[in-house]
Design a binder for this molecule. Structure first.
Ligand SMILES: Cc1cc2nc3c(=O)[nH]c(=O)nc-3n(C[C@H](O)[C@H](O)[C@H](O)COP(=O)(O)O)c2cc1C
Length: 331
């Protein structure tokens, strides 16, 4: 069992921060399948400091989502400190995570995200500043380096800065997603630090989870793309970790029911326009590998109205969805 402050992780299953995906609805759905710690997507420290509505909305979460971490990014130590203080005081998450791995140009050109892996003095100032300005655990999420692998050096530095645990996405920034994650680094990093290590990158199958947890000895695993349109992956992993076996992939009917429940949760927390956009982003993941749904997917993607969209999605299952009794998966 992994303990971080008051947080206890029995199986070591964590949902990765995913911009545009891991909103409250998705976090709740993953929670219903057994994920033990979730993260918001990365939020700009400058936006938090200025309290701009567009940024602040990413910080809200529901108590049922706990334990939850809020991830921040930025390149200015004072803004990062201020943002962390605001988050702790006004939102009370269980963890604040510092993004040190985002390779997206919009972020790195400001010196934030993975760009900080090139400037360790600045990285140190930011991380020490955040750790000293809050009382809750602070974590850091890194890639292996910018263009060369300096992950051991960075891991030790981050431990010295006082973070409570380290999340490592096992690719360099320059790799994007073009190569397979290099899981061989986890063993080496683990030997060099004493704080808990969370492995991330290409973890998709239940036996990936047991391999990394039991054979490599990482303290927890973080799943990103493997959970998009497949939040039940956490249930499968949990069963495999506990019993050495797990259920088959859900049927189309079951998948759609999960997605409808997620849509319902989206409607509770975001407006219709954003709900429609998020459905479009995720529908093809939920229907992946089911060729019979191809035509309908096209129709769903070209629809603008939420009610029409929901009825088309419901129509994909033979046991037709009945409006008004949609609470099939209580979360
Ligand atoms: C759509 C998308 C959005 C992402 N957004 C974030 C983010 O906001 N913060 C972050 O640290 N990483 C982000 N990542 C990276 C993931 O958290 C994760 O590190 C990466 O996808 C590797 O893990 P995986 O193979 O399990 O997906 C994002 C990745 C994707 C695909």
């Amino acid at each position: 069992m992994l303990r971080i402050g008051d947080i206890k992780l029995h199986n070591g299953l964590i949902l990765a921060p995913l911009a545009g995906i891991t909103d409250s609805s998705f976090r709740k759905i993953c929670k219903s399948f057994g994920v033990e710690l979730v993260f918001t997507e990365m939020v700009s420290s400058e936006g938090i400091k200025r309290k701009t509505g567009r940024t602040i909305k990413y910080l809200y979460f529901n108590e049922v989502e706990r334990p939850i971490g809020i991830q921040i990014f930025g390149s200015n130590a004072e803004s990062m400190k201020e943002a962390a203080r605001i988050i702790e005081t006004d939102f009370h998450p269980d963890v604040i995570d510092i993004n040190l791995g985002c390779p997206v140009k919009k972020v790195t050109k400001t010196g934030a995200g993975a760009a900080l892996l090139k400037d360790l003095r600045k990285l140190e100032g930011i991380v020490k500043g955040v750790v000293s300005s809050v009382n809750i655990p602070v974590s850091a999420k890194i890639r292996l380096g910018w263009d060369k692998n300096n992950s051991i050096k960075v891991s030790k530095l981050l431990e010295d800065c006082g973070i409570s645990f380290l999340i490592v996405h096992a690719r360099r920034a320059k790799d994007g997603y073009n190569i397979k994650a290099d899981w061989s680094v986890f063993e080496r990093i683990k030997r060099n630090i004493t704080i808990p290590l969370v492995a991330n990158g290409d973890i998709e199958k239940p036996d990936d989870a047991t391999y990394l947890l039991n054979e490599i000895g990482v303290d927890a695993i973080m799943i990103g793309r493997g959970a998009i349109g497949r939040p039940w992956v956490f249930g499968k992993m949990k069963d495999f970790i506990k019993h050495g076996r797990c259920s088959a992939e859900p049927t189309l009917h079951e998948r759609i029911k999960v997605f409808l429940r997620q849509i319902e949760l989206m409607e509770e927390s975001i407006d219709e326009e954003r709900t429609v956009r998020r459905i479009k982003k995720q529908i093809s993941y939920y229907l992946k590998g089911i060729p019979e749904t191809k035509n309908k997917t096209h129709e769903i993607l070209t629809t603008k109205r939420l009610d029409k969209m929901v009825s088309l999605i419901s129509g994909l299952i033979s046991n037709t969805y009945i409006a008004g009794s949609r609470r099939l998966y209580p979360v």
